[in-house]
Design a protein around this ligand. Structure first.
Ligand SMILES: Nc1nc2c(ncn2[C@@H]2O[C@H](COP(=O)(O)OP(=O)(O)OP(=O)(O)O)[C@@H](O)[C@H]2O)c(=O)[nH]1
Ligand SMILES: [Mg+2]
Length: 307
């Protein structure tokens, strides 16, 4: 995951490490150290997670599991990693072919692009992939996915714009069964959790998928825009609950992404981050690797032994 993500997280990393290096170079471990640490973590984009981790540090200091500043980097790393437990780029297995992956999210989050990237990744693992053009709402959406399918040289099931997305889901699941594909990835139109009809439409898509594939969809992946803040995370939480999402694809982690948002997402959503998008190209999707991620935010090596 080093590379594009590491570059994307530069702002977060630089901001944090500047403050931390300064703090570690001149302070003993005491209440003031911890208050200052909290401020640094909070004002970086870790937000409330920063405060929570410092509370845990204070407790560890009281119980003497943490005794000196040199213990702090390791402690922080451990607490941050604990929050990302269960995250990682594995998808639920389907007992029978095809595995159905339903992709949902608000407008413009990065759904269609992420589908193309995920299809590319799965295809490169030797899997037979098919796409379903379930966004029949936005003009141009079917064509956008068709263009990706052509580039990827994989089949796509579609109807004309304006068609019932549940009908597309039915066609696509039927075709996927008939052709023995390994993975069927269904695109959907962007929607807000407050749009009752559109959320009902998602449930209808799921019901129709189950007519052909009773245990599907095997994953409902919610795509979130990594550049949006805490507010968007709260919205995503309600969306996730309504849509029964099982995993997160965090898109746009390459540019102005706020790396710390991952922890906020993890706290607000009871589902794992599975993949991150680091660009607009086909190979710009990476399985989420918690250790590499934490290490890309906090370069602890600088901090140890600088007392
Ligand atoms: N830099 C960057 N851009 C991305 C990434 N993922 C998607 N985009 C861009 O974000 C924009 C929206 O992406 P789409 O995939 O069309 O988003 P969507 O959720 O399908 O949008 P709607 O179908 O309109 O709801 C496009 O310009 C993409 O190229 C990413 O990981 N990094
Ligand atoms: Mg789309």
């Amino acid at each position: 995951m080093i590379g594009k993500l590491f570059r994307g997280l530069k702002k977060t990393r630089d901001r944090l490490n500047q403050g931390l290096t300064h703090l570690f170079s001149r302070r003993q471990l005491d209440e003031e150290f911890m208050d200052e640490l909290e401020e640094i973590l909070y004002t970086s984009d870790l937000g409330p997670t920063g405060s929570a981790v410092v509370e845990e540090l204070k407790e560890a200091y009281r119980t003497k599991t943490v005794r000196e500043t040199a213990d702090v980097p390791g402690f922080l790393r451990k607490q941050l990693l604990a929050r990302l437990e269960g995250c990682g780029g594995s998808l639920a297995e389907a007992p029978n072919k095809p595995r159905v992956l339903l992709v949902v999210g608000v407008n413009g989050a990065g759904k269609t692009t992420s589908i193309a990237k995920l299809a590319h990744l799965l295809k490169s693992q030797g899997r037979k992939v098919m796409l379903g053009a379930g966004d029949t709402f936005r003009a141009g959406a079917v064509q956008q996915l068709t263009t990706w399918a052509e580039r990827l040289e994989i089949p796509i099931i579609k109807q004309e714009s304006g068609a019932d997305p549940a009908a597309v889901a039915f066609d696509a699941t039927s075709a996927a069964v008939a052709r023995g594909v390994d993975d069927l990835i269904l695109d959907t139109a962007g929607r807000l959790h407050t749009q009752k009809n559109l959320m009902e439409e998602l449930r209808k898509i799921v019901r129709v998928v189950r007519k052909n594939i009773p245990d599907g969809p095997h994953e409902t992946l919610i795509v979130l825009d990594g550049t949006t803040g805490q507010n968007a995370i709260r919205q995503a939480s309600e969306f996730q609950a309504t849509a029964d999402a099982t995993g997160v694809i965090l898109a746009k982690m390459d540019g102005t992404a706020k790396g710390g948002a991952v922890f906020g997402i993890r706290e607000q959503l009871p589902i794992p981050v599975k993949y991150i998008g680091v660009g607009e190209g086909l190979s710009d999707l990476e399985p989420f690797d918690p250790e590499a991620f934490v290490d890309a935010i906090l370069t602890f090596d600088n901090l140890i032994g600088t007392e």
